[in-house]
Structures are given as C-alpha cells and as structure tokens.
Ligand binder design. Structure first.
Ligand SMILES: Cc1ncc(COP(=O)(O)O)c(C=O)c1O
Length: 424
C-alpha cells in the first residue's frame, strides 16, 4: 500500500494491525477522544480495575497486616523481575521503588561513592535531559563535595546530541555519564551500547533514564553492560499516576553500592529492627521506606500486557506509526508552519513525535477544547504526540493531524491566551 493522506488508508492500516485487539484490554471511556498523551500518563488497563478492587477490598480490607507477608513484601522485586525482561536485565537486577527522581538521586549518590569513581569529580549529561534529572544530578553533585560538578553537553539543534560532543566531554575526571535514553521532548534515542562503551573506556559509570523507552522499544542493558538505570512506569507501561519507578543496578556492582537514603526496607534483616544499618544483599539495598502498595500493585497488569504483546512487535508498530504521522505532517502541516522536532531516522526516534509551531500552546488548547484531541505541550513551542502501540490507532493519528490542520488553517486557536494553565 502506498502512503496516502486519505482516511481510508488509515483505516486499512488499522485493519491490518496485528496488535489491534490489545486496545480492548484498556478502558476507553470516550471512543471519540483521541488520546495521545501517553508520555505523561498511559491509559488504564481493564485488569487494573479488578486488581485495585482486590488489593483494596481483599488484601487490605480482609487481610490487613497479614497481607505484607502474603502479597506485599515481595512485590517490588516480583514486578521488577518482570520489567527486567523488557529491558534485557536479569531478574535480580531490577526493583521498583519511589519515583524516578528519587531513584536517580539514590543511584547518582551511590555512583559517586563506589571505589571505582573515587577522585573523579565530573558528571556528564546533556541539555535534552528531563529537568528533574538536571536538578537531581546537580543536587547530588553539590552534596558530594565542592569540587564535584555537572557538565551539561549542549545540543546544537535542540533535538539531538552528536556522539563527538559527548566524547569531548567525557574524560578521566568523569565519574558518571547520566542521560535519558529517549529524550523527553524530541524523542531522540541514543546509541546505548556506543555511549556506554565510551564512558567505560574513560573509566566512568553510566546511568540511563529509560522513562520514554521502557515498554516502547527493546532495550538490552546486559548486552550493553550498563551500570545503572531508572525509569517511569506510568508512561508506556500504563502503571497509573504516580506509580513507583524502576531501578536497575548491574549484578556485579550491587555489593559495592551504598544507598545514600539507607532505610529499613533496604536493611539485611529489616524486621529485626536493629539500630545499626546493614545493607541487604543485592538490589534490595536500594529500597528505602514503605512503598505505596496501592499504586505499586497496579503496575503489573500493564507490564503483563507489554510482555504478552512482545516488545519487538510493539516497536515495529511504533516505528510504523511515527513514520505515518511524519508522512501526514509533511503533506498537511509543514505548509502551515509546523516544523518536525524529532529525528527523521526511525532508529534514532522513540515512540513520540514532536511538532513545533510558534503558536503551539494556543493550538494545543484548541485541540483539547474544541477538537477532542489530547496531545501534550512542552514549552516553548512543542506539541508532543505520544503513540502507545498497545492502543493507538492509525485513524486516531489521522484525526489528530486533521484537527491540527483545521484549527491552524482557520485560526481557531486565536481565541486562547498564550499563557500556560496547569498540566498541558
Ligand atoms: C525522562 C524523565 N525522567 C524523569 C521524570 C520524572 O519522573 P518522576 O516525576 O516520576 O520522578 C520524567 C517525567 O515525566 C521523565 O520524562
């Protein structure tokens, strides 16, 4: 089939989509709503409704404190082991804990204290990284001591970072290279094995933020010999608002790593209530306090759906859908002043597409208020369309682009003020 901007083409692609049935496994409350905000909050799996009822009514309501032993103490590791299969890690290398921000702080603090990085004072990151990552890296560097600093490699085009620029920044003073594998705004995807290797050659550790990759594309931490990783579970894993985050430490590093927020859940004999801290063996030492069980328990249904669909098949659909969206942009939106804010090469692009327009904020508001289309907006000018291959349809993408085209061409967005209002 040759590409066409006609809606019938989109419908034919949906008919041929071998993953189409997965959409029925999610709550689609309003079939007319085009929901493309998966990067901030994925949809609700139907199975999570039953799980929520079970955890609240049976496990909490009836089981009370007994449910810690029966269901909850092991939950971070048990679901972590399932996520490990999605990111090419071993079962005992991944756990769930806290938020991505907090896990990043813990792993950065830990990385600066392992014998291998002693005497090294530089953390290398880039300006495509998510703001919380930059704040946390700086904060951890500040706590580590006066001579520790964060070097932020600048992207020349706001979209990508050349390998050579990273290579220039990483040197024998570098303790840690901390980057987002998929950039939150442009969707640029780093070559993980190449960058990891670059850091290792300089003697530095590597920490990847997998928030926009996990569940959307295959990742292989083991084959790239990645040291540390974190990532959100509420995006392509559909774990729900505020769901705890993943935390990965390569097995051979686990015994040398110290949690800078050492708490009782990471104690080797937690329930003996010793006054002195002794870290648990393995990844469990990276836990701190009581996890939010209600939220934690709801991560598993989304992870199970990703495992069932298969991450290779999800990636194939995601690439095809982002290509389709870019094809529509080229024909219908580029002439109206939209610029593509994501890489053209599919292998360097994640599962969202950024479209930039000077009136992006007002256009995004018109889409939500008038056209029943939810993208998200990232200042100053980026509309981000998150494609979740488990449930996004080609017809939805067609509708989103038609809506963008119409509100921009006839100037319907002009009735909105150009000020941000809450979550966009
Ligand atoms: C790449 C990346 N890292 C970190 C975060 C922050 O995660 P949290 O608020 O769960 O700590 C986000 C949030 O969207 C993100 O996109």
């Amino acid at each position: 089939m040759t590409f066409s901007t006609d809606v019938h083409y989109a419908r034919r692609l949906d008919e041929q989509d071998e993953l189409a049935a997965f959409r029925e496994r999610f709550v689609v409350d309003d079939p007319e709503l085009v929901y493309l905000d998966g990067n901030s909050l994925g949809r609700l799996p139907k199975q999570s409704l039953d799980r929520a009822r079970d955890v609240v009514a049976r496990q909490w309501g009836q089981g009370l404190i007994r449910s810690w032993n029966e269901h909850w103490l092991d939950l971070p590791r048990r679901v972590g082991a399932k996520i490990a299969r999605l990111i090419g890690a071993a079962d005992d290398e991944v756990t769930l804990a806290d938020s991505t921000s907090v896990n990043l702080f813990k792993l950065t603090g830990a990385a600066l204290r392992v014998p291998r990085t002693r005497g090294r004072t530089k953390i290398v990151t880039d300006d495509l990284n998510f703001p919380t990552d930059l704040y946390i890296l700086r904060s951890a560097a500040e706590l580590a001591g006066a001579d520790c600093s964060v070097h932020v490699v600048a992207s020349p085009d706001g979209m990508t970072v050349p390998f050579a620029a990273l290579a220039e920044a990483i040197d024998s003073t570098t303790a840690l290279v901390a980057l987002s594998h998929t950039a939150f705004k442009s969707a640029y995807v780093y070559d993980m094995p190449a960058v990891t290797n670059l850091a290792h050659e300089a003697g530095a550790l590597v920490l990847w933020d997998l928030s926009h990759s996990v569940g959307a594309m295959p990742v292989s931490l083991s084959s790239a010999a990645v040291d540390l990783a974190v990532g959100c579970t509420y995006k392509y894993l559909n774990g729900g608002p505020g769901a705890p985050a993943l935390l990965y430490v390569r097995r051979d590093l686990q015994e040398s790593i110290r949690n800078p927020i050492a708490g009782w859940f990471g104690h080797h004999d937690q329930l003996a209530f010793h006054a002195d801290y002794q870290p648990a063996a393995g990844i469990r030492r990276m836990l701190t306090g009581t996890p939010p069980i209600l939220s934690l328990a709801l991560i598993e249904p989304g992870v199970d759906l990703v495992l069932e669909a298969g991450v290779e098949r999800l990636r194939a659909k995601s690439v095809h859908q982002t290509e389709y969206l870019i094809g529509l942009w080229e024909c219908l939106l580029a002439p109206l002043g939209f610029a593509l804010g994501s890489p053209r090469e599919p292998e360097r692009r994640g599962s969202h597409v950024a479209l930039c327009h000077p009136e992006g904020l007002r256009i995004a508001r018109a889409l939500v208020d008038q056209m029943h289309v939810i993208p998200d907006f990232r200042a100053p000018d980026t509309l981000r369309f998150g494609l979740c291959p488990l449930y996004t349809t080609y017809a939805e993408l067609h509708r989103a682009v038609s809506a963008l085209h119409d509100v921009t061409r006839d100037g319907r967005y002009r009735c909105y003020p150009g000020r941000r209002r809450g979550v966009t």
